[in-house]
Design a protein around this ligand. Sequence first.
Ligand code: AGP
Length: 596
Amino acid sequence: MCGIVGYVGKKNAIPYLIQGLRKLEYRGYDSAGIAYLDNNKIEIKKTVGRISDLEKIVNINIPTNIGIGHTRWATHGKVNNTNSHPHQVGDITIVHNGILENYQELKNELLKLGYKFKTETDTEVLCAYIDYEYKNSSTKDMVEIFNNCFKVFKGSYAVTIMVASISDKIFVMKKDNPLVIGIGESENYIASDVSAFISNTCKFIYLEDMQIGIVSSSDVSIYQENKLINNDIKTINIDDVGNGKEEYEHYMLKEIYEQSNLIEKLNSIYLNSNLDDFDISKYTSIHIIGCGTAYHAGLIGKYLMEKYNDFEINVYIASEYRYQKIFVNDKTLVIAVSQSGETADTLACLKRVKKCGCDTLGIVNVKNSTIARIVDRVIYTMAGQEIAVASTKAYTSQIYIFSLLALKIGISKGVINKEDITSYYNELPQLINNVLNINYDRVVKKIFNNEYLFYLGRNIDYVSVMEGSLKIKEISYIHSEAYQGGELKHGTISLIEKDSCVISLVSNEETSAKIISNIKEVKARGAYVILIIKDSLNINIDINCYDQMIIIPSVHELIQPILNIIPLQLIAYYVAKKRGCDIDKPRNLAKSVTVE
Ligand code: AGP
Protein backbone atom coordinates (compact mmCIF):
# COMPACT_ATOMS: atom_id res chain seq x y z
CA MET A 1 0.00 0.00 0.00
CA CYS A 2 1.00 3.64 -0.35
CA GLY A 3 3.61 5.16 1.92
CA ILE A 4 3.55 8.70 3.31
CA VAL A 5 6.45 10.74 4.77
CA GLY A 6 6.87 14.32 5.95
CA TYR A 7 9.66 16.35 7.51
CA VAL A 8 9.79 19.77 9.08
CA GLY A 9 12.85 20.88 11.02
CA LYS A 10 16.13 22.66 11.13
CA LYS A 11 17.88 20.47 8.57
CA ASN A 12 17.49 19.99 4.84
CA ALA A 13 14.19 18.15 4.33
CA ILE A 14 14.79 16.32 1.06
CA PRO A 15 17.33 13.72 2.29
CA TYR A 16 14.90 12.81 5.08
CA LEU A 17 12.04 12.44 2.61
CA ILE A 18 14.08 10.16 0.37
CA GLN A 19 15.34 8.16 3.38
CA GLY A 20 11.82 7.75 4.70
CA LEU A 21 10.44 6.66 1.34
CA ARG A 22 13.20 4.09 0.98
CA LYS A 23 12.28 2.60 4.36
CA LEU A 24 8.66 2.36 3.20
CA GLU A 25 9.48 0.66 -0.12
CA TYR A 26 8.56 -2.69 1.42
CA ARG A 27 4.92 -1.61 1.47
CA GLY A 28 4.80 -2.02 -2.31
CA TYR A 29 4.47 0.82 -4.83
CA ASP A 30 4.65 1.77 -8.49
CA SER A 31 5.56 5.48 -8.37
CA ALA A 32 7.07 8.02 -5.96
CA GLY A 33 7.21 11.75 -5.43
CA ILE A 34 8.00 14.60 -3.06
CA ALA A 35 6.85 18.18 -2.51
CA TYR A 36 8.92 20.80 -0.73
CA LEU A 37 9.01 24.54 -0.18
CA ASP A 38 11.53 26.30 -2.39
CA ASN A 39 11.69 30.12 -2.58
CA ASN A 40 8.22 30.34 -1.03
CA LYS A 41 6.73 28.05 -3.67
CA ILE A 42 5.75 24.40 -3.17
CA GLU A 43 7.66 22.40 -5.77
CA ILE A 44 6.70 18.85 -6.78
CA LYS A 45 8.94 16.15 -8.22
CA LYS A 46 7.36 12.77 -8.97
CA THR A 47 7.82 9.82 -11.29
CA VAL A 48 6.67 6.33 -12.10
CA GLY A 49 9.17 3.72 -10.95
CA ARG A 50 11.41 3.34 -7.92
CA ILE A 51 12.88 5.73 -5.39
CA SER A 52 16.10 5.53 -7.40
CA ASP A 53 14.19 6.96 -10.38
CA LEU A 54 12.88 9.77 -8.18
CA GLU A 55 16.40 10.57 -6.98
CA LYS A 56 17.44 11.13 -10.60
CA ILE A 57 15.02 14.08 -10.92
CA VAL A 58 15.55 15.60 -7.47
CA ASN A 59 18.35 17.88 -6.28
CA ILE A 60 18.66 16.77 -2.65
CA ASN A 61 20.81 19.79 -1.82
CA ILE A 62 18.04 22.33 -2.35
CA PRO A 63 17.91 24.31 0.92
CA THR A 64 14.44 23.54 2.23
CA ASN A 65 13.29 22.59 5.73
CA ILE A 66 9.83 21.30 5.00
CA GLY A 67 8.44 18.68 2.66
CA ILE A 68 6.22 15.65 2.15
CA GLY A 69 6.66 12.48 0.14
CA HIS A 70 4.73 9.48 -1.15
CA THR A 71 5.04 6.05 -2.67
CA ARG A 72 1.90 5.21 -4.62
CA TRP A 73 0.23 1.82 -4.97
CA ALA A 74 -2.31 2.67 -7.66
CA THR A 75 -5.98 2.33 -6.79
CA HIS A 76 -7.65 5.01 -8.93
CA GLY A 77 -6.06 5.72 -12.30
CA LYS A 78 -3.27 4.24 -14.29
CA VAL A 79 0.33 4.02 -13.17
CA ASN A 80 1.74 7.18 -14.72
CA ASN A 81 3.51 10.39 -13.69
CA THR A 82 0.35 12.48 -13.73
CA ASN A 83 -1.50 10.21 -11.33
CA SER A 84 1.42 9.81 -8.94
CA HIS A 85 1.54 11.88 -5.76
CA PRO A 86 1.91 14.60 -4.53
CA HIS A 87 -1.07 16.38 -6.04
CA GLN A 88 -1.58 20.14 -6.00
CA VAL A 89 -4.78 22.13 -6.45
CA GLY A 90 -4.72 25.87 -5.74
CA ASP A 91 -3.10 26.49 -2.37
CA ILE A 92 -3.15 22.85 -1.30
CA THR A 93 -0.55 20.15 -1.93
CA ILE A 94 -1.22 16.64 -0.60
CA VAL A 95 -0.21 13.02 -0.41
CA HIS A 96 -2.82 10.43 0.44
CA ASN A 97 -3.10 6.78 1.41
CA GLY A 98 -6.55 5.21 1.16
CA ILE A 99 -9.67 5.54 -0.96
CA LEU A 100 -12.08 8.48 -1.08
CA GLU A 101 -15.23 6.49 -1.81
CA ASN A 102 -17.42 9.48 -2.71
CA TYR A 103 -14.82 11.10 -4.95
CA GLN A 104 -17.00 11.01 -8.08
CA GLU A 105 -19.85 12.84 -6.35
CA LEU A 106 -17.44 15.45 -4.95
CA LYS A 107 -15.71 15.75 -8.33
CA ASN A 108 -19.02 16.52 -10.02
CA GLU A 109 -19.74 19.24 -7.45
CA LEU A 110 -16.26 20.75 -7.80
CA LEU A 111 -16.49 20.73 -11.60
CA LYS A 112 -19.68 22.80 -11.30
CA LEU A 113 -17.70 25.19 -9.07
CA GLY A 114 -15.15 25.62 -11.84
CA TYR A 115 -12.47 23.22 -10.71
CA LYS A 116 -10.55 21.44 -13.45
CA PHE A 117 -8.89 18.05 -13.01
CA LYS A 118 -5.70 16.75 -14.60
CA THR A 119 -5.65 13.22 -13.15
CA GLU A 120 -7.86 10.14 -12.79
CA THR A 121 -7.24 9.98 -9.05
CA ASP A 122 -9.53 10.30 -6.06
CA THR A 123 -6.64 12.09 -4.36
CA GLU A 124 -6.83 15.11 -6.67
CA VAL A 125 -10.51 15.41 -5.76
CA LEU A 126 -9.67 15.24 -2.08
CA CYS A 127 -7.04 17.96 -2.65
CA ALA A 128 -9.44 20.15 -4.59
CA TYR A 129 -12.12 19.85 -1.92
CA ILE A 130 -9.71 20.91 0.80
CA ASP A 131 -8.69 23.84 -1.42
CA TYR A 132 -12.37 24.73 -1.85
CA GLU A 133 -12.92 24.73 1.91
CA TYR A 134 -9.70 26.73 2.40
CA LYS A 135 -10.62 29.36 -0.16
CA ASN A 136 -14.13 29.74 1.29
CA SER A 137 -13.00 29.90 4.91
CA SER A 138 -13.30 33.33 6.44
CA THR A 139 -11.04 32.34 9.31
CA LYS A 140 -8.45 30.22 7.44
CA ASP A 141 -8.56 28.12 10.62
CA MET A 142 -7.13 24.83 9.37
CA VAL A 143 -8.72 22.78 12.16
CA GLU A 144 -12.14 24.10 11.23
CA ILE A 145 -11.40 23.49 7.53
CA PHE A 146 -10.35 19.87 8.11
CA ASN A 147 -13.33 19.22 10.38
CA ASN A 148 -15.57 20.44 7.56
CA CYS A 149 -13.81 17.96 5.29
CA PHE A 150 -14.27 15.08 7.76
CA LYS A 151 -18.01 15.70 7.51
CA VAL A 152 -17.94 15.24 3.74
CA PHE A 153 -15.21 12.68 3.00
CA LYS A 154 -16.31 9.04 2.90
CA GLY A 155 -13.83 6.16 2.80
CA SER A 156 -10.40 5.63 4.28
CA TYR A 157 -7.66 8.23 4.15
CA ALA A 158 -4.39 9.25 5.71
CA VAL A 159 -3.63 12.69 4.29
CA THR A 160 -0.57 14.91 4.68
CA ILE A 161 -0.95 18.48 3.51
CA MET A 162 1.14 21.56 2.78
CA VAL A 163 -0.54 24.96 2.35
CA ALA A 164 1.06 27.52 0.04
CA SER A 165 0.80 30.47 2.43
CA ILE A 166 1.91 28.50 5.52
CA SER A 167 5.62 27.90 5.20
CA ASP A 168 6.41 26.28 8.56
CA LYS A 169 3.67 23.72 9.15
CA ILE A 170 2.52 20.37 7.78
CA PHE A 171 -1.07 19.25 8.40
CA VAL A 172 -2.29 15.67 8.80
CA MET A 173 -5.74 14.12 9.06
CA LYS A 174 -6.76 10.47 9.02
CA LYS A 175 -9.58 7.98 9.09
CA ASP A 176 -9.08 4.20 8.85
CA ASN A 177 -5.52 4.51 7.61
CA PRO A 178 -2.36 4.67 9.73
CA LEU A 179 -0.31 7.82 10.31
CA VAL A 180 2.38 8.45 12.93
CA ILE A 181 4.24 11.61 13.96
CA GLY A 182 7.87 11.18 14.98
CA ILE A 183 9.14 13.57 17.64
CA GLY A 184 12.67 14.87 17.12
CA GLU A 185 14.91 17.64 18.47
CA SER A 186 13.70 20.84 16.74
CA GLU A 187 12.40 18.65 13.94
CA ASN A 188 9.40 16.38 13.52
CA TYR A 189 8.57 13.59 11.13
CA ILE A 190 5.39 12.17 9.61
CA ALA A 191 5.02 8.64 8.23
CA SER A 192 2.67 5.80 7.47
CA ASP A 193 4.61 3.66 9.94
CA VAL A 194 7.52 4.09 12.34
CA SER A 195 10.05 2.25 10.15
CA ALA A 196 10.45 5.40 7.99
CA PHE A 197 12.10 7.35 10.80
CA ILE A 198 12.93 4.85 13.56
CA SER A 199 16.61 5.58 12.90
CA ASN A 200 16.00 9.27 13.69
CA THR A 201 13.75 8.99 16.74
CA CYS A 202 12.13 6.39 18.98
CA LYS A 203 9.28 8.69 20.07
CA PHE A 204 6.07 8.59 18.09
CA ILE A 205 2.51 9.82 18.35
CA TYR A 206 -0.13 7.60 16.71
CA LEU A 207 -2.88 9.67 15.15
CA GLU A 208 -6.35 8.27 15.84
CA ASP A 209 -9.33 8.39 13.49
CA MET A 210 -10.88 11.83 12.88
CA GLN A 211 -7.90 13.59 14.45
CA ILE A 212 -6.04 16.52 12.91
CA GLY A 213 -2.34 17.17 13.46
CA ILE A 214 -0.48 20.44 12.98
CA VAL A 215 3.25 19.76 12.84
CA SER A 216 6.01 22.38 12.93
CA SER A 217 9.70 22.01 13.74
CA SER A 218 9.09 22.82 17.39
CA ASP A 219 5.52 21.75 18.05
CA VAL A 220 2.95 19.01 17.39
CA SER A 221 -0.67 19.90 18.11
CA ILE A 222 -3.41 17.26 17.86
CA TYR A 223 -7.09 18.15 17.63
CA GLN A 224 -10.18 15.99 17.99
CA GLU A 225 -13.07 18.00 16.60
CA ASN A 226 -12.11 21.49 17.81
CA LYS A 227 -10.43 20.43 21.03
CA LEU A 228 -6.69 20.38 21.50
CA ILE A 229 -5.87 16.96 22.95
CA ASN A 230 -2.86 15.03 24.16
CA ASN A 231 -2.05 11.77 22.38
CA ASP A 232 0.48 9.64 24.27
CA ILE A 233 4.02 9.70 22.96
CA LYS A 234 5.01 6.06 22.57
CA THR A 235 8.61 4.89 22.67
CA ILE A 236 9.37 2.31 20.00
CA ASN A 237 12.21 -0.20 20.37
CA ILE A 238 14.38 -0.20 17.25
CA ASP A 239 14.70 -4.00 17.64
CA ASP A 240 11.06 -4.21 16.69
CA VAL A 241 11.99 -2.73 13.34
CA GLY A 242 14.08 -4.56 10.76
CA ASN A 243 17.78 -3.84 10.23
CA GLY A 244 18.64 -4.65 6.63
CA LYS A 245 19.13 -7.89 4.71
CA GLU A 246 22.49 -8.64 6.32
CA GLU A 247 24.13 -11.47 4.35
CA TYR A 248 20.92 -12.55 2.64
CA GLU A 249 20.08 -11.79 -0.97
CA HIS A 250 16.44 -11.08 -0.14
CA TYR A 251 14.48 -10.10 2.96
CA MET A 252 12.23 -13.09 2.36
CA LEU A 253 15.13 -15.55 2.67
CA LYS A 254 16.37 -13.76 5.76
CA GLU A 255 12.93 -13.91 7.33
CA ILE A 256 12.56 -17.62 6.50
CA TYR A 257 15.89 -18.32 8.18
CA GLU A 258 15.00 -16.12 11.17
CA GLN A 259 12.22 -18.55 12.09
CA SER A 260 14.49 -20.81 14.09
CA ASN A 261 15.63 -18.02 16.42
CA LEU A 262 12.12 -16.62 16.45
CA ILE A 263 10.71 -19.84 17.89
CA GLU A 264 13.45 -19.78 20.50
CA LYS A 265 12.46 -16.20 21.37
CA LEU A 266 8.76 -17.10 21.52
CA ASN A 267 9.54 -20.05 23.79
CA SER A 268 11.32 -17.71 26.18
CA ILE A 269 8.49 -15.18 26.12
CA TYR A 270 5.36 -17.31 26.08
CA LEU A 271 6.06 -20.97 26.84
CA ASN A 272 6.35 -20.49 30.57
CA SER A 273 3.66 -17.86 30.96
CA ASN A 274 1.63 -19.93 28.53
CA LEU A 275 -0.68 -17.00 28.14
CA ASP A 276 -2.11 -17.77 31.59
CA ASP A 277 -4.90 -15.25 31.39
CA PHE A 278 -6.27 -16.72 28.15
CA ASP A 279 -9.53 -18.22 29.36
CA ILE A 280 -12.24 -19.17 26.90
CA SER A 281 -14.52 -20.85 29.42
CA LYS A 282 -17.04 -17.98 29.23
CA TYR A 283 -17.44 -18.22 25.45
CA THR A 284 -19.81 -20.37 23.42
CA SER A 285 -18.34 -19.39 20.06
CA ILE A 286 -15.02 -18.25 18.66
CA HIS A 287 -14.67 -16.46 15.32
CA ILE A 288 -11.20 -16.12 13.82
CA ILE A 289 -10.82 -13.49 11.09
CA GLY A 290 -7.97 -12.57 8.78
CA CYS A 291 -6.86 -12.14 5.18
CA GLY A 292 -4.43 -14.12 3.04
CA THR A 293 -1.74 -15.77 5.08
CA ALA A 294 -3.29 -14.52 8.32
CA TYR A 295 -6.48 -16.33 7.32
CA HIS A 296 -4.49 -19.51 6.78
CA ALA A 297 -2.95 -19.10 10.23
CA GLY A 298 -6.48 -18.81 11.59
CA LEU A 299 -7.45 -22.08 9.90
CA ILE A 300 -4.45 -23.79 11.52
CA GLY A 301 -5.60 -22.24 14.81
CA LYS A 302 -9.03 -23.79 14.34
CA TYR A 303 -7.63 -27.31 13.85
CA LEU A 304 -5.29 -26.98 16.82
CA MET A 305 -7.77 -25.43 19.27
CA GLU A 306 -10.57 -27.82 18.32
CA LYS A 307 -8.36 -30.75 19.36
CA TYR A 308 -9.26 -29.89 22.94
CA ASN A 309 -12.13 -27.46 22.68
CA ASP A 310 -15.73 -28.60 23.09
CA PHE A 311 -17.40 -26.21 20.63
CA GLU A 312 -16.76 -25.41 16.97
CA ILE A 313 -14.39 -22.60 16.07
CA ASN A 314 -15.12 -20.78 12.80
CA VAL A 315 -12.62 -19.00 10.58
CA TYR A 316 -13.58 -16.28 8.13
CA ILE A 317 -11.93 -14.29 5.38
CA ALA A 318 -12.28 -10.74 6.69
CA SER A 319 -13.42 -9.19 3.40
CA GLU A 320 -16.39 -11.60 3.40
CA TYR A 321 -17.08 -11.49 7.13
CA ARG A 322 -17.52 -7.72 7.10
CA TYR A 323 -20.56 -7.97 4.82
CA GLN A 324 -22.15 -11.32 5.62
CA LYS A 325 -24.71 -12.06 8.33
CA ILE A 326 -22.79 -12.80 11.52
CA PHE A 327 -23.88 -14.32 14.81
CA VAL A 328 -21.91 -12.49 17.47
CA ASN A 329 -22.87 -11.71 21.06
CA ASP A 330 -21.26 -11.26 24.47
CA LYS A 331 -20.45 -14.98 24.53
CA THR A 332 -18.39 -14.74 21.36
CA LEU A 333 -14.64 -14.22 21.20
CA VAL A 334 -13.48 -12.70 17.91
CA ILE A 335 -9.79 -13.29 17.21
CA ALA A 336 -8.26 -10.98 14.59
CA VAL A 337 -5.02 -12.22 13.02
CA SER A 338 -2.88 -9.62 11.31
CA GLN A 339 0.86 -9.14 10.79
CA SER A 340 0.60 -5.43 10.00
CA GLY A 341 -2.31 -4.66 12.27
CA GLU A 342 -3.53 -2.28 9.55
CA THR A 343 -5.40 -4.51 7.08
CA ALA A 344 -8.54 -2.56 6.20
CA ASP A 345 -10.91 -5.53 5.97
CA THR A 346 -9.79 -7.06 9.25
CA LEU A 347 -9.98 -3.68 10.95
CA ALA A 348 -13.48 -3.10 9.57
CA CYS A 349 -14.61 -6.48 10.95
CA LEU A 350 -13.37 -5.56 14.40
CA LYS A 351 -15.23 -2.26 14.33
CA ARG A 352 -18.34 -4.16 13.27
CA VAL A 353 -18.20 -6.88 15.94
CA LYS A 354 -17.30 -4.49 18.75
CA LYS A 355 -20.81 -3.06 18.31
CA CYS A 356 -22.17 -6.55 19.10
CA GLY A 357 -20.67 -6.54 22.58
CA CYS A 358 -18.24 -9.42 22.04
CA ASP A 359 -14.68 -9.67 23.34
CA THR A 360 -11.87 -9.21 20.84
CA LEU A 361 -8.36 -10.62 20.80
CA GLY A 362 -5.66 -9.56 18.35
CA ILE A 363 -2.76 -11.78 17.26
CA VAL A 364 -0.64 -9.01 15.76
CA ASN A 365 2.98 -8.42 14.82
CA VAL A 366 3.34 -4.64 14.52
CA LYS A 367 3.27 -3.02 17.95
CA ASN A 368 0.83 -0.16 18.50
CA SER A 369 -0.73 -0.81 15.10
CA THR A 370 -4.39 0.13 14.74
CA ILE A 371 -5.71 -3.39 15.32
CA ALA A 372 -3.40 -3.81 18.32
CA ARG A 373 -4.84 -0.62 19.76
CA ILE A 374 -8.53 -1.34 19.30
CA VAL A 375 -8.81 -4.97 20.45
CA ASP A 376 -9.62 -5.75 24.07
CA ARG A 377 -6.45 -7.82 24.31
CA VAL A 378 -3.47 -8.21 22.01
CA ILE A 379 -0.92 -11.01 21.82
CA TYR A 380 2.14 -9.80 19.93
CA THR A 381 3.82 -12.36 17.66
CA MET A 382 7.22 -10.67 18.29
CA ALA A 383 8.50 -11.61 14.81
CA GLY A 384 10.21 -8.25 14.34
CA GLN A 385 9.56 -6.20 11.23
CA GLU A 386 8.57 -8.39 8.30
CA ILE A 387 9.77 -6.57 5.19
CA ALA A 388 9.12 -9.10 2.42
CA VAL A 389 5.61 -8.79 1.05
CA ALA A 390 5.24 -12.58 1.22
CA SER A 391 4.65 -13.41 4.84
CA THR A 392 6.75 -16.22 6.34
CA LYS A 393 8.00 -15.64 9.90
CA ALA A 394 4.82 -13.79 10.82
CA TYR A 395 2.82 -16.87 9.77
CA THR A 396 4.90 -19.28 11.84
CA SER A 397 4.69 -16.96 14.84
CA GLN A 398 0.91 -16.73 14.43
CA ILE A 399 0.48 -20.51 14.38
CA TYR A 400 2.91 -20.77 17.30
CA ILE A 401 0.61 -18.52 19.34
CA PHE A 402 -2.40 -20.61 18.28
CA SER A 403 -0.58 -23.78 19.40
CA LEU A 404 -0.20 -22.27 22.87
CA LEU A 405 -3.84 -21.20 22.95
CA ALA A 406 -4.74 -24.79 22.08
CA LEU A 407 -2.35 -26.06 24.75
CA LYS A 408 -4.00 -23.76 27.27
CA ILE A 409 -7.42 -25.18 26.40
CA GLY A 410 -6.08 -28.73 26.69
CA ILE A 411 -4.51 -28.01 30.06
CA SER A 412 -7.70 -26.38 31.36
CA LYS A 413 -9.63 -29.51 30.39
CA GLY A 414 -7.04 -31.79 31.96
CA VAL A 415 -6.36 -33.66 28.71
CA ILE A 416 -2.76 -32.55 28.35
CA ASN A 417 -0.10 -31.25 30.68
CA LYS A 418 2.62 -28.84 29.78
CA GLU A 419 5.43 -31.10 30.97
CA ASP A 420 4.51 -33.58 28.22
CA ILE A 421 5.07 -31.07 25.50
CA THR A 422 7.65 -28.50 26.63
CA SER A 423 10.53 -30.58 25.28
CA TYR A 424 8.95 -30.56 21.80
CA TYR A 425 8.85 -26.76 21.81
CA ASN A 426 12.45 -26.57 23.00
CA GLU A 427 13.64 -28.94 20.23
CA LEU A 428 11.73 -27.05 17.53
CA PRO A 429 14.39 -24.40 16.69
CA GLN A 430 16.99 -27.07 15.86
CA LEU A 431 14.47 -29.09 13.86
CA ILE A 432 13.63 -25.96 11.87
CA ASN A 433 17.34 -25.60 11.11
CA ASN A 434 17.43 -29.20 9.90
CA VAL A 435 14.53 -28.57 7.51
CA LEU A 436 16.05 -25.25 6.39
CA ASN A 437 19.18 -27.16 5.40
CA ILE A 438 17.43 -29.71 3.19
CA ASN A 439 18.45 -29.30 -0.46
CA TYR A 440 15.46 -28.34 -2.60
CA ASP A 441 17.37 -27.93 -5.87
CA ARG A 442 15.90 -31.00 -7.55
CA VAL A 443 12.34 -29.95 -6.73
CA VAL A 444 12.98 -26.39 -7.90
CA LYS A 445 14.61 -27.55 -11.12
CA LYS A 446 11.57 -29.69 -11.89
CA ILE A 447 8.86 -27.10 -11.24
CA PHE A 448 10.27 -23.61 -11.88
CA ASN A 449 9.14 -23.56 -15.50
CA ASN A 450 5.71 -25.07 -14.94
CA GLU A 451 2.67 -23.11 -16.01
CA TYR A 452 0.67 -24.40 -13.07
CA LEU A 453 1.08 -26.53 -9.96
CA PHE A 454 -1.26 -28.61 -7.83
CA TYR A 455 -0.95 -28.73 -4.06
CA LEU A 456 -2.64 -31.59 -2.26
CA GLY A 457 -3.42 -32.16 1.39
CA ARG A 458 -6.06 -33.34 3.80
CA ASN A 459 -7.26 -31.96 7.12
CA ILE A 460 -4.71 -29.59 8.66
CA ASP A 461 -2.20 -30.44 5.92
CA TYR A 462 -4.61 -28.94 3.41
CA VAL A 463 -4.26 -25.60 5.18
CA SER A 464 -0.47 -25.81 5.02
CA VAL A 465 -0.57 -26.44 1.27
CA MET A 466 -3.01 -23.55 0.84
CA GLU A 467 -0.33 -21.36 2.38
CA GLY A 468 2.38 -23.00 0.26
CA SER A 469 0.29 -22.40 -2.85
CA LEU A 470 -0.21 -18.73 -1.94
CA LYS A 471 3.53 -18.28 -1.43
CA ILE A 472 4.49 -19.61 -4.85
CA LYS A 473 1.73 -17.67 -6.60
CA GLU A 474 2.56 -14.34 -5.03
CA ILE A 475 6.31 -14.38 -5.61
CA SER A 476 6.90 -16.60 -8.68
CA TYR A 477 3.64 -15.78 -10.51
CA ILE A 478 3.13 -19.50 -11.30
CA HIS A 479 -0.54 -20.30 -10.97
CA SER A 480 -1.16 -23.00 -8.39
CA GLU A 481 -4.13 -24.36 -6.55
CA ALA A 482 -4.43 -26.23 -3.28
CA TYR A 483 -6.93 -29.09 -3.29
CA GLN A 484 -8.33 -31.26 -0.54
CA GLY A 485 -7.30 -34.81 -1.47
CA GLY A 486 -10.83 -36.07 -1.08
CA GLU A 487 -12.18 -33.47 -3.48
CA LEU A 488 -10.11 -34.54 -6.51
CA LYS A 489 -12.60 -37.17 -7.66
CA HIS A 490 -15.39 -34.59 -7.52
CA GLY A 491 -14.04 -32.71 -10.52
CA THR A 492 -10.54 -31.40 -10.33
CA ILE A 493 -8.84 -34.70 -11.16
CA SER A 494 -9.94 -33.97 -14.71
CA LEU A 495 -7.12 -31.42 -14.77
CA ILE A 496 -4.47 -34.06 -14.14
CA GLU A 497 -2.58 -35.10 -17.22
CA LYS A 498 0.87 -36.44 -18.02
CA ASP A 499 3.52 -34.49 -16.15
CA SER A 500 1.06 -32.40 -14.13
CA CYS A 501 3.09 -31.46 -11.12
CA VAL A 502 1.55 -32.31 -7.74
CA ILE A 503 3.12 -31.30 -4.43
CA SER A 504 1.57 -33.14 -1.53
CA LEU A 505 2.07 -32.76 2.22
CA VAL A 506 1.44 -35.83 4.36
CA SER A 507 1.78 -35.34 8.10
CA ASN A 508 -1.68 -35.73 9.56
CA GLU A 509 -1.87 -39.26 10.98
CA GLU A 510 -5.56 -40.00 10.63
CA THR A 511 -5.75 -39.02 6.96
CA SER A 512 -2.30 -40.14 5.81
CA ALA A 513 -3.47 -43.42 4.21
CA LYS A 514 -6.26 -41.56 2.42
CA ILE A 515 -4.02 -38.88 0.96
CA ILE A 516 -1.57 -41.55 -0.22
CA SER A 517 -4.49 -43.12 -2.10
CA ASN A 518 -5.23 -39.76 -3.70
CA ILE A 519 -1.57 -39.45 -4.68
CA LYS A 520 -1.71 -42.86 -6.31
CA GLU A 521 -4.78 -41.72 -8.26
CA VAL A 522 -2.96 -38.71 -9.72
CA LYS A 523 0.19 -40.74 -10.28
CA ALA A 524 -1.83 -43.31 -12.21
CA ARG A 525 -2.84 -40.49 -14.53
CA GLY A 526 0.68 -39.39 -15.29
CA ALA A 527 1.28 -36.76 -12.61
CA TYR A 528 4.77 -35.93 -11.34
CA VAL A 529 4.50 -36.17 -7.55
CA ILE A 530 6.62 -34.38 -4.99
CA LEU A 531 5.89 -35.80 -1.56
CA ILE A 532 6.64 -33.86 1.60
CA ILE A 533 6.14 -36.40 4.34
CA LYS A 534 6.64 -36.61 8.07
CA ASP A 535 9.01 -39.32 9.20
CA SER A 536 7.65 -42.04 11.52
CA LEU A 537 4.29 -42.10 9.76
CA ASN A 538 3.12 -45.67 10.27
CA ILE A 539 2.23 -46.28 6.62
CA ASN A 540 4.32 -47.87 3.90
CA ILE A 541 4.87 -45.71 0.88
CA ASP A 542 5.01 -47.49 -2.44
CA ILE A 543 8.04 -46.01 -4.22
CA ASN A 544 6.00 -45.92 -7.43
CA CYS A 545 3.56 -43.37 -6.05
CA TYR A 546 5.99 -40.46 -5.99
CA ASP A 547 8.87 -38.99 -7.98
CA GLN A 548 10.61 -36.98 -5.27
CA MET A 549 10.29 -37.26 -1.50
CA ILE A 550 11.21 -34.74 1.16
CA ILE A 551 11.16 -36.13 4.69
CA ILE A 552 10.62 -33.80 7.61
CA PRO A 553 10.91 -34.58 11.33
CA SER A 554 7.90 -35.54 13.41
CA VAL A 555 7.04 -33.34 16.35
CA HIS A 556 3.99 -32.92 18.56
CA GLU A 557 0.88 -32.35 16.45
CA LEU A 558 0.41 -28.89 18.00
CA ILE A 559 3.64 -27.65 16.41
CA GLN A 560 3.98 -29.91 13.35
CA PRO A 561 2.40 -27.18 11.11
CA ILE A 562 5.35 -24.91 11.96
CA LEU A 563 7.80 -27.44 10.51
CA ASN A 564 5.52 -28.36 7.61
CA ILE A 565 5.50 -24.87 6.10
CA ILE A 566 9.30 -24.45 5.92
CA PRO A 567 9.83 -26.62 2.78
CA LEU A 568 6.90 -24.91 1.06
CA GLN A 569 8.31 -21.45 1.85
CA LEU A 570 11.77 -22.37 0.56
CA ILE A 571 10.46 -24.08 -2.58
CA ALA A 572 8.46 -20.93 -3.37
CA TYR A 573 11.48 -18.73 -2.69
CA TYR A 574 13.96 -20.69 -4.85
CA VAL A 575 11.47 -21.11 -7.70
CA ALA A 576 10.87 -17.36 -7.74
CA LYS A 577 14.60 -16.72 -7.59
CA LYS A 578 15.24 -19.07 -10.53
CA ARG A 579 12.55 -17.22 -12.46
CA GLY A 580 14.24 -13.91 -11.71
CA CYS A 581 11.20 -12.46 -9.93
CA ASP A 582 11.24 -9.41 -7.66
CA ILE A 583 10.90 -11.61 -4.58
CA ASP A 584 10.62 -8.99 -1.82
CA LYS A 585 8.35 -6.68 -3.80
CA PRO A 586 6.19 -8.86 -6.09
CA ARG A 587 4.25 -7.06 -8.82
CA ASN A 588 0.85 -5.62 -7.89
CA LEU A 589 1.25 -6.57 -4.22
CA ALA A 590 1.54 -4.45 -1.10
CA LYS A 591 2.75 -5.47 2.33
CA SER A 592 -0.12 -3.94 4.17
CA VAL A 593 -3.50 -3.75 2.42
CA THR A 594 -4.88 -0.63 4.06
CA VAL A 595 -7.66 -0.16 1.48
CA GLU A 596 -10.52 -2.56 0.90
C1 AGP B 1 0.93 -12.98 2.65
O1 AGP B 1 2.07 -13.54 2.01
C2 AGP B 1 0.37 -11.82 1.89
N1 AGP B 1 1.34 -10.81 1.76
C3 AGP B 1 -0.98 -11.36 2.36
O2 AGP B 1 -1.87 -12.43 2.10
C4 AGP B 1 -1.13 -10.99 3.85
O3 AGP B 1 -1.04 -12.14 4.64
C5 AGP B 1 -2.54 -10.39 4.04
O4 AGP B 1 -2.60 -9.21 3.27
C6 AGP B 1 -2.86 -10.07 5.50
O5 AGP B 1 -1.99 -9.08 5.97
P1 AGP B 1 -1.92 -8.82 7.55
O6 AGP B 1 -1.45 -10.10 8.18
O7 AGP B 1 -0.95 -7.70 7.71
O8 AGP B 1 -3.31 -8.46 8.01
